[in-house]
Design a protein around this ligand. Structure first.
Ligand SMILES: [Zn+2]
Length: 111
């Protein structure tokens, strides 16, 4: 294990923060990715803008759901020797990389 207890603690906090943020954001993203009604013009938002927003929301939602899954998986692995190891080469992933890209499962060399 190449990470210190203090680094692990920081990472755990970071992961929990990211998970909480995603769980808070995802329900409203689901709301935005519902089908656009023909006369669904809220204020100055046109139908085209509503559709574009829906497409962006759908992509964001898919990415968000996937990110949440990986983050939870990572958090579960934390404390085991599988955590912080590259899924390709099995080498430890640098602390800084885990902190900035918490959902990463690969080291810099394999990314
Ligand atoms: Zn690697």
């Amino acid at each position: 294990m190449s990470l210190t207890d203090d680094e692990l603690k920081q990472l755990r906090e970071k992961f929990e923060e990211e998970i909480a943020e995603l769980e808070e954001r995802l329900p409203s993203m689901k709301e935005h990715s519902k089908p656009v009604e023909p006369d669904n013009a809220i204020g100055r938002i046109s139908r085209i803008e509503a559709i574009q927003e829906k497409e962006m929301s759908e992509r964001g939602l898919r990415e968000g759901v996937e990110r949440l899954r990986v983050l939870k998986d990572q958090l579960e692995k934390m404390g085991t020797d599988r955590f912080g190891r590259c899924i390709v080469c099995r080498q430890p992933i640098a602390f800084g990389r885990l902190l900035f890209i918490p959902e990463t499962e690969r080291c810099v060399g394999c990314a």
